[in-house]
Structures are given as structure tokens and as C-alpha cells.
Design a protein around this ligand. Structure first.
Ligand code: 6UN
Length: 487
């Protein structure tokens, strides 16, 4: 068998193939796709040092317009290799081709272009303070880069989330060391090629592959020259990173887990709400931190809604990424599927009524070696059941009836997480009233995962720390000073 393709590191403007290797396995059929170089402590240290040195090089003297021009060139480079990036993302995640083409790639390009333009348009504060002696104080804000930013991206939206952080981090003059998830290294490796070709100066963008504890992730977050960490992933990993950077009091921006609720009132547009909840529960095979795993439906329409959502779930087609009409790819790995299947078993132990799903599909072909599960709906569990409280991160939701606003608000907020919530109602007075009282970072009304990149994005409670998006990203990726001049 020919040797599998090798995904290199990218350190200080050079691709590096030396080092241990780990397998990149297809979640569609379990075959070996490629291998990636696992960066050791010395290679991570060199990447961080290169990023630190690059701050003192030409990049440190670039103006915002000059950085923006380069980021637009990176976006152009992604556009020029659109199909290669789609192929990489689809290979690693098994997602349907149309999802990579309509979400992941357009967003990666938008992430660079949006923050390039926002950085150039950014206007900072100043103010004058009259003094009792008739003098005047003139205050103005100075915005500098934080320094070296560690970017640790997850496997569920690999390129989208890597570039969501990279765009503003670079636009604000930082240098970065990125570690994509070990589950999905391919699109990040392609991005390094695009960065290299676009002429990003050596050391400004560095890419290390590997795992978390005892591997590249830990080496990176513990590096003394790191000024900040931007991480999207599980809450417990976020907590471990916080511990790793605590002694150095580093800046952190975390977008972590969720146990997001959808609330459907009897006055909602029924078909729109059914379609919306089916999409928010099963989108990307339920592997989005914003996905719905708790559905609350006002009692008068509960039975009808359950039947309609069941029909939607059963109409979803799991299959190969390039199959016509395929809606559902596999979970990202057999290991993650085992976690989701353990909740399928737990739900039965906790007494759930399985409305649909709860098992793996049988294809009778190579896909049986993949990581597919059926979209699943439960009902009948108490609010304190583990399947109603713990993040599962699969195509699954629990649906329960409610009788009034105060009750459903209490139940929605009764969660250690606080990321997102979708409200389905045509009474917008009620929507606005509830939106202010739901303890989450992101509320959608009669919509889900509709995004404006200028808005604040992030979670409360265990769902994260800080907000990125628009000026919130510019602020996080800047070291802001105030200068006060006595006139
Ligand atoms: O859409 C975004 O900008 C974003 O950050 C999505 C995060 C999803 C996490 O699972």
C-alpha cells in the first residue's frame, strides 16, 4: 500500500515533516485518509518562539490596511482552492458536500474579509476633561496587538472556527500558533499552504498538529511567550486550559459546551417551528455547540409537534457526503459515536420514551465501519435526568411539554450551561420579554444559527468566557491603553 499522505507542521515559514505521526481516519468508512505530524515540545517551542520573534520583524510594522490587504489575499487564496478545502473538510468530518460548500467555506472566506475590513474601519475613543484650574486633559485610546495568540480549534466546524479566531487575531497585528483538532487536521494544513503563498511573513502564522494533554495542545498553552488563548471546545478542556495559563494570567476567550433549549409556543408558525427545531437538533449531525438538545413545547400542540418532529427526523437521509439528498453525515469518530451511543443506552435506563432513533443505521456496506447514528428524539424524562442536563453533542433531543412562560423560563435556565436558545412564537412582545431573561449568550427568535459576524458571540456559565464577533473580537485581540495628556 502506498504511504498515506502526510500533513506537515508549518513553523517559521517552513513545512516540517519530522516527528511522530498519527493517523487521520475517515468517519465515513473507517479507512486511513492520511497521517499528520504530531508536534513535540521542542517543535511547539520553536513555533511559539518564531511567533514571538515575528512581532519584532516586518509584521510588527505593518499598518492595519497592510495587514487587511494580506488577509484579503488569504481569502482570495481559499476561494481559489475552494474545492480542495471542501474535499479536505468532507474527508475529515464526513459532512455532506453541500454543507461544506454552503457553510464552512463561505464562512472561512468571510471570517478573513470581515475582520480585515473591521480592523481598518476601527475608530477608537478619545475625550477631553476640563480641569478646575482651567486646564484640559486629553485622553485617547491606543490599541496594540496582544502578542502571540494560541488558537485551539475544535473538530466540529474545523475551518470555520479556526478562521473565526485567526481573522481578527491577525487583523489586529498579533502572531499566532494554531493547533487544529487531531480529528480534523486536513483543512488547517491546506490553510498553511494558502498563507505561505499569500506572503504572510515567516513566523506570523504557525501550525502544529497534535493532541491535548501531554501533546501539542498542552505544550502550546503552557508556553511562557503566549499572551492569550482562544479556544472552542468542551467545557472541561476549557477548564484545563484555564489552569495552564492561570500562573501567567493570560487573556482567554472560550466558547465551550452547551445544552441548548428550543421553546415552541402554541402560537408559533407550526411548520416553520418544526423545520427550525429539526434543523437546530440535527444540523451537522448535532455537532454544533449551538445545537438544540432540549425542546420545550407548549402543551396544546405537544402531541402534534412530537409527531411532526419525528417525521422530520425519520425523513433525514444519512449517507455518503457526495450522495444526492444526503442530510446527515457520520459523527466525527467511532470514539465520539461511542459517547453518543452511551447516552442512547443511558436514556433507556433513565426511562426515556424513544420517539425515534436510538441506534446505528445498517448500511450493509463500508459505511458500517463509519460513525453513523440515527437522529434520535426522546420524551418522558424528568428535567434532572442526565440526558436532559449533560451535553451529548449528537443528533438527539429530548422534548417535553410546558404550560406557561414562567415555568418554561425556569426550566430553560435550570442548566449549568448558557450558550444559546431558540424561541418560536409569533408574539414578539413575549419573545423580547423572554429573550432578556434567558441566561444564555445567544438568543434566536423564529430562527437558528443565523449569523451576523459583527454581533457578540459566546456563552454564559459553563458555556464560556468572553465574547468574540465584531468589535468584541477587535477588543479581545488588542492590548488597549489609555493616554492622558495635560494641555
Ligand atoms: O458561527 C460562528 O461564528 C461560531 O463561532 C460557531 C460556533 C459553533 C460551535 O460549535
Amino acid at each position: 500500500m502506498s504511504r498515506p499522505a502526510l500533513l506537515p507542521l508549518y513553523i517559521n515559514g517552513r513545512f516540517e515533516e519530522e516527528g511522530a505521526r498519527f493517523d487521520n481516519i475517515s468517519p465515513v468508512d473507517g479507512r486511513l485518509l492520511s497521517q499528520a505530524v504530531e508536534a513535540d515540545a521542542a517543535q511547539v517551542a520553536r513555533a511559539v518562539q518564531a511567533a514571538s520573534d515575528a512581532l519584532q520583524g516586518p509584521w510588527g510594522r505593518y499598518s492595519a490596511p497592510e495587514r487587511a490587504a494580506l488577509l484579503h489575499k488569504v481569502a482570495d487564496g481559499i476561494q481559489a482552492r475552494f474545492d480542495d478545502f471542501v474535499a479536505a473538510e468532507v474527508a475529515d468530518t464526513g459532512r455532506p458536500l453541500h454543507l461544506a460548500r454552503t457553510l464552512d467555506l463561505p464562512r472561512a472566506i468571510a471570517n478573513f474579509r470581515t475582520f480585515a475590513d473591521l480592523a481598518v474601519a476601527q475608530i477608537d475613543d478619545c475625550c477631553e476633561t476640563p480641569q478646575a484650574d482651567g486646564g484640559l486633559l486629553f485622553n485617547y485610546t491606543v490599541r496594540k496587538p496582544l502578542g502571540v495568540v494560541a488558537v485551539i480549534a475544535p473538530w466540529n466546524l474545523p475551518l470555520l472556527l479556526l478562521t473565526w479566531k485567526l481573522g481578527p487575531a491577525l487583523a489586529m497585528g498579533n502572531t499566532v500558533v494554531c493547533k487544529p483538532s487531531e480529528e480534523t487536521p486536513s483543512s488547517a494544513a491546506l490553510l498553511a499552504e494558502v498563507m505561505d503563498k499569500a506572503g504572510i511573513p515567516a513566523g506570523v502564522f504557525n501550525l502544529v498538529h497534535g493532541f491535548g494533554p501531554g501533546s501539542a495542545g498542552e505544550f502550546l498553552t503552557r508556553a511562557p511567550q503566549i499572551s492569550a488563548v482562544s479556544f472552542t471546545g468542551e467545557s472541561r478542556t476549557g477548564s484545563a486550559i484555564m489552569k495552564a495559563v492561570a500562573d501567567g494570567v493570560k487573556d482567554i476567550s472560550f466558547e465551550l459546551g452547551g445544552k441548548n433549549a428550543a421553546v415552541v409556543f402554541a402560537d408559533a408558525d407550526f411548520d416553520t417551528a418544526v423545520a427550525g427545531v429539526a434543523r437546530s437538533s440535527f444540523f451537522n449531525t448535532g455537532q454544533v455547540c449551538l445545537c438544540t438538545e432540549r425542546v420545550y413545547v407548549e402543551r396544546p400542540i405537544f402531541d402534534r409537534f412530537v409527531a411532526a418532529l419525528k417525521a422530520r427526523a425519520e425523513a433525514l437521509k444519512p449517507g455518503y457526503p457526495d450522495e444526492d439528498g444526503v442530510d446527515l453525515g457520520p459523527l466525527v469518530s467511532r470514539q465520539h459515536r461511542d459517547k453518543v451511543l452511551s447516552y442512547f443506552a443511558l436514556a433507556r435506563e433513565e426511562g426515556a420514551v424513544v420517539v425515534t432513533g436510538g441506534e446505528t443505521p445498517r448500511f450493509g456496506d463500508a459505511r458500517d465501519q463509519g460513525a453513523y447514528v440515527r437522529p434520535t428524539i426522546w420524551t418522558g424524562l424528568p428535567d434532572h435526568a442526565r440526558c436532559v442536563r449533560e451535553e451529548i453533542f449528537g443528533p438527539v433531543c429530548h422534548i417535553a411539554p410546558f404550560d406557561d412562560e414562567e415555568e418554561v423560563l425556569r426550566r430553560v435556565n435550570d442548566s449549568p450551561y448558557g450558550l444559546a436558545c431558540a424561541l418560536w412564537t409569533q408574539r414578539l412582545d413575549r419573545a423580547h420579554r423572554l429573550a432578556r431573561r434567558v441566561q444564555v449568550g445567544i438568543v434566536w427568535v423564529n430562527a437558528w444559527y443565523a449569523r451576523d459576524l459583527r454581533t457578540p458571540f459566546g456563552g454564559s456559565k459553563l458555556s464560556g468566557l468572553g465574547r468574540e464577533g465584531g468589535r468584541h473580537s477587535l477588543d479581545f485581540y488588542s492590548d488597549i491603553s489609555n493616554v492622558c495628556v495635560k494641555l
